[in-house]
Design a protein. Structure first.
Length: 587
């Protein structure tokens, strides 16, 4: 198709304040099972409460050692540990299921969106980048929702609960804690800020590399036929090195954050221990209280680290949330909106159509044509003139900037898109084949069921039944990714068979025989002749032999119709067409 090719222009998320409202709106779109979240959080809080009670029991147990071991109390402490572990396991399971449900629904929503986005979106964004949104960014959001957020809630409760109990036990020692923890967080915040920026860079670089890898591997035959292995190796290597450098930064920041956190906590622990030992020696604190206090101190070490990690995860998820929301905000095709109308025995026309893929770069200008029912209308002209763009507008991949496409005088933009496309058969030069069996490809996108006899019948009409019968598994033969296991001529005939099965009212042929050898072309031409009977047919072809018998030929050059008529009429009246024909005969 005649359209521009340019670098992706998708938005890059930048580090910034976490958009809580946007995040919550995104989660609401997934319609999650909130009861799993609330029950999981409640159980997590119960487990945390049980853990907070244990040190107090331990204090009583240790202080009572002089009178012997209180087996009942010891059993209670062990029981609390076990109960807390069981409740934590159930809580973690529920929260994990909740997160998986959210990410599954989010991916379903994104997938639904992706396959309904307008074609113009795919012109600008690499497939691999969209795959990264679908896989990597949704996983980041799930990690925040199912892991980091619940851990933050329980850690916060454990931290606050431990500090409150410690304050009641000994306010002087707790005051030291209250002073030390904020100082420790001041040390950690710069590291967390650096980590946040690197996290955004990693997500962006990963999406770009995913796009490059997908594009290169999809076109691996072009890579090899062009001897471009070294180029692609260097290109991919540069991006891998960029990912490596970002990963090194992230590893360094993470490696710094861990020891800094540990050193800070150890300094706090040693300070408290020294002070507590002096209190025990002076008789102002019992040994049981010291052990209990140290147990609470251990309980706040983990939560403090978890809270620090939460803010890092929150920042990374912020970028992912922005990207996913940007994608969901893209306009999509409204497949069912509009009236349904049969296009049989209706005149198809394009009236004063202007179109440009980008502002200031017009592709079509004041294009008019008319295709009466059951006639053959051909489009001729030099490459890049806009012929395939006309077909793109007829398929409604794009909307004209001005003018309209009509069927029976009705603007097709007012008709149901799904119904409109269901009545069109499109066979292109590189007819697309999906990975799967021949049966899957023949029935692709069609409602209803088809018997083997139905499929063999359309294969016979398309002169394709012989080579399909010769294949090892017949209709169930795998064609490979993008149909690599069938030849160009075979792929064309399968596309024609699919068009027969579709039984379209309007048939569009975009240079359907341009890249075939003489034998394949003859067979495809025969199949196309059968397919064109009783339908309105639009044809794009460089070879004059395929269009000289058309009822009407439109000559398109530089995006405008220079003239139209039968082959002989154009030869007599349009010098541009006459020169074009001379060039064709020379070729």
């Amino acid at each position: 198709m005649e359209r521009r090719i340019e670098a992706p222009t998708n938005k890059q998320a930048k580090p910034g304040k976490f958009d809580l409202q946007g995040f919550l709106n995104l989660i609401r779109q997934t319609k999650p099972k909130y009861w799993q979240l609330w029950v999981g959080l409640l159980l997590g809080l119960l487990a945390t409460g049980a853990q907070l009670v244990v040190p107090k029991f331990a204090q009583t147990l240790i202080n009572g050692f002089s009178h012997g071991v209180n087996t009942a109390l010891l059993g209670g402490v062990i029981g609390l540990f076990l109960l807390s572990a069981v409740i934590s396991a159930v809580s973690g399971s529920l929260l994990g299921i909740f997160g998986e449900n959210v990410v599954a629904n989010l991916r379903t929503t994104l997938w639904h969106k992706l396959v309904r986005l307008r074609v113009s979106y795919f012109d600008d964004v690499k497939t691999g980048e969209m795959t990264s949104r679908l896989v990597n960014d949704t996983t980041q959001i799930k990690d925040l929702l199912a892991n980091s957020f619940p851990q933050m809630v329980t850690s916060l409760m454990q931290l606050i609960g431990a500090l409150v109990i410690m304050a009641f036990m000994d306010w002087k020692m707790t005051a030291i804690m209250f002073l030390a923890v904020p100082l420790m967080m001041l040390v950690m915040f710069p590291i967390m800020r650096w980590t946040r920026g690197v996290g955004h860079q990693r997500q962006d670089a990963l999406a770009k590399f995913s796009g490059t890898a997908d594009e290169t591997l999809t076109e691996i035959r072009l890579v090899k036929s062009s001897n471009a292995e070294n180029f692609e190796t260097a290109n991919g290597g540069d991006q891998i090195q960029k990912l490596y450098k970002i990963g090194v930064k992230e590893a360094l920041y993470d490696s710094i954050a861990g020891p800094v956190m540990t050193a800070s906590m150890m300094a706090l622990f040693v300070g408290v221990l020294v002070y507590a030992a002096a209190r025990v020696a002076s008789g102002t604190m019992s040994m049981g209280m010291l052990v209990s206090f140290l147990m609470y101190l251990f309980q706040i070490i983990g939560p403090a680290g978890t809270l620090g990690q939460f803010f890092t995860t929150l920042s990374k998820a912020n970028g992912s949330t922005e990207r996913v929301r940007d994608l969901l905000a893209e306009p999509e095709e409204q497949l069912e909106a509009g009236a349904t109308q049969s296009v049989a025995d209706q005149t198809l026309a394009m009236e004063h159509v202007d179109f440009a893929y980008e502002d200031g770069q017009p592709i079509l200008h004041d294009v008019n044509f008319e295709a009466k029912p059951n006639t053959v209308v051909a489009f001729a002209g030099p490459s890049g003139g806009g012929k395939s763009t006309v077909f793109g507008l007829l398929e409604r991949y794009y909307q004209p900037q001005s003018g309209q496409v009509t069927i029976g005088g009705q603007n097709v933009a007012d008709l149901s898109l799904a119904d409109w496309r269901s009545q069109i058969g499109y066979v292109s030069q590189d007819s697309a084949i999906m990975a799967g069996t021949i049966r899957d490809n023949l029935t692709y996108g069609l409602a209803g069921t088809f018997t083997d006899d139905d499929l063999w019948h359309v294969l016979q009409l398309a002169s394709a039944n012989k080579f399909v019968r010769d294949m090892p598994n017949g209709l169930d033969t795998q064609v490979g990714e993008r149909g690599v296991k069938v030849s160009g001529g075979q792929r064309q005939r399968l596309a024609i068979a699919r068009a027969f099965l579709r039984d379209p009212k309007i048939l569009m042929l975009d240079e359907a025989t341009a890249s075939l050898d003489s034998e394949s072309e003859a067979m495809v031409q025969q199949a196309l002749g059968e397919l064109m009977k009783g339908r309105t047919t639009l044809v794009i072809a460089h070879r004059l032999s395929t269009i000289v018998d058309a009822d009407d030929i439109y000559f398109i050059e530089h995006g405008s119709v220079s003239g139209h008529g039968t082959h002989q009429e154009l030869m007599d009246q349009l010098p541009l067409y006459r020169d074009y024909v001379k060039i064709q005969f020379k070729e």
